[in-house]
Write a protein that binds this ligand. Structure first.
Ligand SMILES: NC(=O)c1ccc[n+]([C@@H]2O[C@H](COP(=O)([O-])OP(=O)(O)OC[C@H]3O[C@@H](n4cnc5c(N)ncnc54)[C@H](O)[C@@H]3O)[C@@H](O)[C@H]2O)c1
Length: 288
């Protein structure tokens, strides 16, 4: 998709971080926006800096881990703007501790928000985007954690590997159907956003996080430090993402150094070696 003006973007997780930066890019390109996140007040705050007239903006709070709420988001988006041209399945949460200390509820929360939300987004938006026979593009936010397996973040890794393979599958199925709809999967490494404070967005139905062992606490502290020291900013990630949409680039890997670890993983497989150990979160992969 090359012309954005007067087209409509739906962005989840739009109240902060990368989602808010995607909204800034979309607004600057003349798009109408449907912004979604858990909390209406934070959405209103995020939208206030965009300078969009009310006829180009819809704020729709939704918990994207719940299929009914994503279905309602899709209904509201198509009712208000008639068509959706860009879908950014971006909402996500971070979670860091030893795999043996992940509780079932932790898995439910992280997989629900990071992976099932993308499943719901595809199911409720993509058939209608295909039917409108206008240019369109889907961006699913995965992570470098969807390409490699760093210790201390098992549920997050699994959720993001899931988003990568889901996106590859969608790409292949659309290609087989001769569809023009573009697909990209966004795989950044560390970016300074609110993701290390995700526990504050944990819906009550998943209960509170259990206490962590010192080793788990150390993983979480290193992840928070890595996020804080990420050198590419949310606006950098959003700019690269829009360039990728323009060029129909599938894999968006803004931190290019991470590809060395991806290549190492593939070589380990091809050459029959056991996995090369990666540094724990925070020890590498911050820069570009
Ligand atoms: N920051 C990083 O280092 C980094 C790296 C790779 C990938 N990502 C991914 O980027 C995406 C955006 O994260 P971010 O870094 O901007 O973090 P962020 O915490 O700043 O933004 C995430 C947004 O998602 C929202 N959210 C959380 N749970 C939700 C739910 N159930 N329903 C709807 N919205 C919900 C939060 O309220 C928040 O506004 C996520 O998918 C994340 O996994 C982030």
């Amino acid at each position: 998709m090359q012309n954005f003006a007067d087209r409509t973007a739906v962005i989840t997780g739009a109240a902060g971080g990368i989602g808010q930066a995607l909204a800034r890019q979309a607004a600057a390109r003349g798009m109408s926006l449907v912004l979604s996140d858990l909390d209406e007040d934070r959405l209103r705050q995020a939208a206030s800096g965009l300078g969009l007239p009310s006829q180009r903006l819809l704020l729709h709070p939704a918990d994207v881990s719940q299929e009914a709420e994503v279905a309602a988001l899709a209904r509201a988006s198509f009712e208000r703007f008639g068509a959706v041209h860009l879908l950014c399945n971006n909402a996500g949460v971070g979670f860091s501790r030893l795999l043996t200390e992940h509780q079932a509820a932790d898995w439910g929360w992280v997989l629900g928000v990071n992976l099932l939300s993308v499943v719901h987004g595809i199911r409720h938006f993509v058939p209608r985007m295909q039917a409108q026979e206008e240019p369109g593009h889907v961006v699913n936010t995965a992570s470098a954690a969807g390409l490699i397996s760093s210790p201390g973040m098992a549920a997050y890794n699994v959720s993001k590997h899931g988003v990568v393979t889901l996106s590859e599958t969608l790409y292949a199925e659309l290609a087989e159907q001769g569809s023009d709809l573009g697909v990209s999967v966004l795989c950044p490494a560390w970016v300074p956003t609110g993701i290390a404070d995700s526990a504050g967005h944990r819906p009550a139905r998943f209960g509170r996080e259990a206490g962590a062992s010192p080793r788990s606490a150390a993983y979480a502290a290193r992840m928070a430090d890595a996020v804080r020291s990420g050198r590419l900013l949310p606006d950098d990630i959003a700019r690269v993402t829009f360039e990728a949409i323009e060029h129909k680039t599938f894999y968006i890997v803004p931190h290019r150094k991470i590809l060395q670890a991806v290549q190492q993983r593939c070589q380990d497989m091809v050459e029959g070696r056991n996995p090369t150990l990666l540094p724990a979160p925070g020890a590498a992969h911050r820069g570009s």
